[in-house]
Design a protein around this ligand. Structure first.
Ligand SMILES: *Cc1c(COP(=O)(O)O)cnc(C)c1O
Length: 222
């Protein structure tokens, strides 16, 4: 199947209101161009240098999401153009995004990354850390960032019940946070979960934004 056909297949399986971030990390610009020509405009990358190189080479109306762990010292390179930073996992990173956004005269959309998976991954805020970050309130003074919602990655397991459990926890936590901190903020509306292996489950667990790579572009060659 071609990239165009894969894209069509994934897009058609998404209900209205669920957006697709095409995760293109480690794939050559020719393949991104193919997806672009098929109508895709939102792409996700997770390495600053690779992303900056692709931005130079590809059309200017692409919306770029930074989906991976972002080091604070890389923020200034992507701040001029990035559409959304999907995986903010510390107040320190949020401060740096704010600082660099203001320097560019921009407001950058971000998602807070939750660590819910039972797997021992390094990144993401625990639910308590996320509550703490929000109730501490410094983010309210940050004119350069707009918190648009939450992001998480479920455990990489075959057990669909476990994946569903983790995504349901995320969806319920979204409701809690929305009610507590963003009740009057329409912009806080995004729930980003679901990748190639689990996006059909994510959609059932109220995802608004799936991040799909392998199903569109095939396996990555690292
Ligand atoms: C790589 C990556 C994806 C896409 O994974 P696939 O299994 O290829 O769909 C989604 N989200 C994040 C944060 C990633 O790093």
């Amino acid at each position: 199947m071609s990239i165009r056909q894969n894209l069509q297949k994934v897009s058609q399986s998404l209900p209205d209101g669920v957006r697709l971030v095409a995760v293109s990390k480690f794939h050559p610009v020719e393949e991104l161009q193919e997806a672009y020509d098929a109508g895709q405009r939102v792409f996700g990358e997770s390495h600053e240098q690779e992303l900056s190189r692709k931005v130079e080479l590809l059309p200017k109306d692409i919306e770029w999401h930074f989906i991976g762990h972002l080091q604070t010292n890389k923020v200034r390179f992507i701040a001029p153009y990035i559409t959304m930073i999907d995986a903010v996992d510390s107040l320190r990173l949020l401060r740096e995004i704010n600082k660099q956004a203001l320097r560019c005269g921009r407001v950058i959309d971000v998602l807070l990354e939750l660590h819910i998976a039972e797997e021992a991954t390094k990144y993401g805020l625990s639910l308590d850390e996320c509550r703490e970050l929000l109730s501490e309130g410094e983010w309210r003074q940050m004119a350069g960032v707009r918190i648009r919602g939450l992001m998480m990655m479920a455990s990489h397991v075959d057990d669909e019940d476990q994946i569903r459990r983790e995504m349901t926890t995320a969806a319920q936590f979204f409701d809690e946070v929305k009610q507590t901190f963003f009740a009057n903020d329409e912009a806080f509306s995004e729930r980003s979960w679901g990748m190639s292996d689990d996006y059909p489950i994510a959609v059932k667990c109220r995802s608004t934004m799936v991040r799909v790579g392998t199903m569109i572009f095939g396996p990555r060659e690292y």
